[in-house]
Ligand binder design. Structure first.
Ligand SMILES: NC(=O)c1ccc[n+]([C@@H]2O[C@H](COP(=O)([O-])OP(=O)(O)OC[C@H]3O[C@@H](n4cnc5c(N)ncnc54)[C@H](OP(=O)(O)O)[C@@H]3O)[C@@H](O)[C@H]2O)c1
Length: 293
């Protein structure tokens, strides 16, 4: 099986490449700039904003399956640059879906919890979508296009993904928090947004289960624990044995961000547990792995 992973230099794409490298017959990655992910047989540069090049690159690689993790994933960048966010997150996905539809190839698409309004820890796959920011809106539109155009697809919606930073990726909440806390810096963290954060290793192994199990449809996945983002940071500080006083609460409003954040998001993961025995790791396990590194 020849697998193509878009956004392979990002947090999730890089972890998925590590998961598939050696298991798929060929693991090919695409990304905006030069290759930063190491776990690949092949890499092609592909800017999702260059729509006319997408099918050319896909045709040249001719994968059996595409895992589309490339996206503009920063909430405020999407809010402030709506045209670019639409082109990268919606139009590029439509182009990839159209290529898959013409050739009867399978597409695995990364969406997220922000397609929902943000009032529950237990959204399931059938729940009504009503995004509160433009990032979530672009993902909802891309999902609808995939669902209407393709038969062979899976949509994976994780919540606040965190992991150990490798050279390949940009910072995530866990990587910058652990670094700043170990350097005794003070961090300000929102106390009025609640999530069930997902370890990136669990996202990658869920993706492998969906691909190798030939599963289709939507899967809402997240970590096992509910936290305010502030509570999550305090638990990291506790597990790292750094002073709790260095984690200070701030309201979402005080941060004055352009994109609205949904207050509460999380999933029960019933479908993932039923179909592939999804069993996500608690934060304490992840921290133990970090300390072992
Ligand atoms: N992280 C989360 O908490 C989370 C939660 C739920 C869902 N997701 C979804 O999962 C997917 C992967 O997320 P992630 O956390 O891995 O995000 P990420 O680290 O930002 O990775 C996204 C990748 O997309 C690439 N990209 C951005 N614009 C591009 C363009 N115009 N052309 C080509 N590539 C472009 C980025 O390239 P550069 O590295 O060059 O910037 C980056 O490597 C996204 O679809 C995201 O919406 C993420």
């Amino acid at each position: 099986m020849k697998v193509l992973i878009s956004g392979v230099n990002g947090l999730i794409g890089n972890e998925i490449a590590k998961e598939f490298f050696g298991k798929a017959s060929l693991t090919v990655g695409t990304g905006r700039g030069p290759q930063r992910c190491r776990s690949l047989d092949r890499y092609s540069q592909l800017d999702l904003l260059e729509k006319s090049k997408i099918k050319i690159v896909l045709h040249e690689i001719n994968p059996d399956i595409i895992i589309h993790a490339g996206a503009i994933s920063q909430i405020d960048v999407c809010e402030e640059n709506r045209d670019i966010a639409y082109r990268a997150n919606v139009e590029a996905t439509e182009e990839i879906a159209s290529w898959c539809s013409d050739r009867d190839k399978k597409l695995i698409f990364f969406s997220l919890d922000f397609v929902y309004a943000g009032k529950s820890f237990s959204y399931d796959e059938q729940d009504y979508q009503s995004p509160v920011n433009y990032y979530g809106y672009t993902k909802m539109l891309a999902e609808k296009r995939i669902q209407s155009d393709l038969e062979k697809f899976a949509i994976i919606r994780p919540v606040l993904v965190y992991g150990i930073k490798e050279t390949a990726e940009r910072e995530n909440i866990f990587s910058w928090l652990t670094r700043d806390l170990k350097e005794s810096k003070t961090v300000k963290i929102v106390y009025d947004q609640w999530r069930k954060p997902t370890y990136v290793g669990d996202v990658a192994s869920a993706t492998a289960s969906i691909v190798f199990g030939n599963l289709t449809g939507s899967y809402n996945i997240c970590g096992p624990q509910e936290y305010s983002v502030f509570g999550f940071a305090r638990e990291i500080a506790t597990l790292l044995d750094t002073p709790l006083a260095n984690v200070q609460p701030v309201s979402g409003k005080e941060l004055n961000q352009s994109g609205e954040r949904p207050p509460i998001t999380g999933f029960s993961c019933v479908r993932a547990k039923r179909d592939f025995d999804y069993n996500p790791q608690p934060l304490s396990n992840v921290i133990t792995q970090v300390l072992d590194c």
